[in-house]
Ligand binder design. Structure first.
Ligand SMILES: Cc1ncc(COP(=O)(O)O)c(C=O)c1O
Length: 276
């Protein structure tokens, strides 16, 4: 993944190798910052307003200064031309700033990692790991903060076990979400996905899937489901803005069939964003 451009509040476009965060920013010191990652298709960000809505809600949950949407839109406008009309990954960050000081906003444009298409082709493998069900406000249910060290550690554990992804399951065995994805599986014409009431992130791609599923011939059922149901599914996949629809071919060593729903949804998503 190569960084293509960086824009920062008060400075505009800067050399991406330059330091831009103050050492006393609470975002750096305590992970008190909100972020978003979205896809740019042919130079256009997909669902930017939905991502800005979620960033605003995340910032409010962490008690950050209110997100100034216009500032972020300006930063996005500065970095987008560096996509040169192609696809890219766009990260937005809104920090707490130093105590009593001003937040910093960043827009960081990067290339889409090459491994994604290769993994979609072969199908991803995953392992379930114990995760925390965010059932109280201070556990930050549905908040996308930069305190992602736990998610990254789970991802590293998955790699250590020789698979691509980690799926969080709570201590009652209820399936939650991936470290950076939402999880789905299919039985017949029904797609199952964990409910937002479980404190998981309200994925923008998840919402898009709920919209697109009926035109692909599937109904969606949200709820609290045991891992055993996922392991017996006819197919499974994860979704996220950058990875889009990623088929899962193995979970906890159990081989899952490669099915039609993931391909149909991926194709429809690509059509919606104007790629095909
Ligand atoms: C924990 C978690 N769940 C789900 C998602 C998927 O969200 P989206 O579809 O908005 O990218 C993400 C995205 O990064 C995430 O970090």
């Amino acid at each position: 993944m190569t960084t293509l451009a960086l824009a920062v509040t008060g400075r505009g476009l800067v050399d991406p190798t330059e330091p831009v965060i103050r050492a006393d920013d609470e975002g750096l010191l305590r992970g008190r910052a909100a972020f978003e990652t979205l896809r740019v298709y042919d130079g256009r960000p997909f669902a930017l307003e939905a991502h800005l809505d979620r960033l605003t809600a995340s910032a409010a949950s962490i008690g950050l200064p209110a997100v100034e949407r216009r500032r972020l839109q300006v930063l996005v406008g500065l970095v987008l031309p560096k996509a040169s009309g192609g696809d890219a990954s766009l990260r937005l960050v809104w920090t707490a700033g130093p105590t009593g000081g001003l937040p910093t906003a960043l827009a960081l444009l990067s290339t889409v990692p090459d491994w994604i298409e290769a993994t979609r082709e072969r199908g991803a493998t995953a392992v379930s790991l114990l995760g925390v069900r965010a059932s109280a406000p201070w556990l930050l249910p549905g908040v996308k903060s930069t305190s992602y060290a736990v998610n990254m550690a789970a991802e590293a554990e998955a790699r250590r076990r020789g698979v691509d992804e980690a799926l969080f399951v709570d201590d009652d065995g209820v399936v939650l979400e991936g470290t950076v994805t939402n999880i789905w599986w299919r039985a017949g014409e029904t797609l199952f996905t964990p409910s937002l009431e479980l404190g998981i992130l309200a994925g923008v791609t998840r919402a898009t899937m709920i919209e697109l599923a009926p035109e692909c011939g599937y109904r969606v059922q949200e709820g609290a489901y045991p891992l055993s149901q996922l392991l017996e599914a006819e197919e499974a996949f994860t979704t996220s803005s950058v990875r889009e629809v990623m088929p899962l071919v193995e979970v906890d060593g159990r081989t899952l069939g490669r099915g039609p729903a993931a391909d149909a949804l991926q194709g429809t998503l690509r059509r919606v964003v104007g790629k095909v």
